[in-house]
Design a protein around this ligand. Structure first.
Ligand SMILES: CC(C)(COP(=O)(O)OP(=O)(O)OC[C@H]1O[C@@H](n2cnc3c(N)ncnc32)[C@H](O)[C@@H]1OP(=O)(O)O)[C@@H](O)C(=O)NCCC(=O)NCCS
Length: 211
């Protein structure tokens, strides 16, 4: 789209392509969420969207994408990318920031449909987001938070050399959870970026949307 050039942004890893979804693809992504993202009873997000009933979960995915685009400003943006394995949409990778031009800091979030988990895709998704942040946009720090018992998410951060950056206690549905924040800075990214090859295309046309 001429007037929303982020639609031309594409991140490619060995197995995946990450880009904004069309509405039809967004509907498919919502269906993947409806079919399951977290194990029954697990709480991995501060907003417990993933444990809502399937129709609500799916609608939340759709609205979240539209909201992120509608709410986008230079000083506060949330990039929600659909993740494709071939023709199949399998999950979502987020990169977001506030006052990025000043702070150089962004944060990531991600999820995969249950049947696509544990096959190395999350590692490739995080690498794509980190490559965009550090190599594409010139970030100096990227943070990620995961609940204490979210072994897969924390393993991805460990793999890329993140450092602990504090523990926050949050309330979800009236229960306390410890959310571990981890941070990766430029030097650690440089030391680990070889783990996954990432190609970025379409960034020059939309870089002013980010910084
Ligand atoms: C978190 C998530 C995106 C990770 O993606 P993934 O494709 O499943 O992870 P990968 O296959 O790339 O594995 C990454 C690491 O986690 C480890 N791992 C994967 N699943 C695991 C599990 N259930 N328990 C422990 N470790 C696990 C892998 O062994 C690997 O570690 P290594 O790099 O040391 O070998 C995915 O599991 C998911 O969507 N989970 C549900 C939603 C969620 O928790 N989102 C994040 C909220 S912070």
């Amino acid at each position: 789209m001429r007037h929303w050039p982020i639609t031309g942004l594409e991140l490619t890893t060995p197995d995946l392509i990450l880009r904004l979804p069309t509405d039809t693809e967004l509907d498919a992504l919502a269906q993947v969420a409806a079919e399951g993202v977290v194990p029954d009873g697990a709480v991995y997000f501060p907003q417990p969207w993933a444990s809502a009933p399937p129709p609500e979960r799916a609608r939340n995915v759709v609205q979240n994408h539209w909201w992120a685009r509608g709410d986008w400003t230079h000083d506060s943006w949330r990039l929600l990318l659909a993740v494709f394995h071939g023709e199949q949409v399998i999950g979502q990778q987020n990169l977001s920031a506030r006052h990025f031009a000043t702070t150089g800091e962004a944060r990531t979030g991600f999820w995969l449909g249950s049947r696509f988990q544990g096959q190395g895709y999350g590692t490739q998704m995080r690498a794509a987001a980190l490559a965009l942040a550090f190599d594409g946009l010139g970030a100096t720090r990227v943070t990620s938070t995961a609940f204490a018992d979210n072994a897969a998410s924390r393993a991805v951060s460990r793999r890329f050399g993140y450092q602990p950056n504090g523990v926050h206690r949050v309330a979800v549905d009236g229960c306390p959870f410890d959310e571990h924040e981890e941070v990766i800075e430029t030097a650690d990214w440089r030391a680990h970026s070889h783990l996954v090859t990432v190609e970025i295309s379409g960034l020059p046309a939309c870089i002013t949307y980010f910084r």
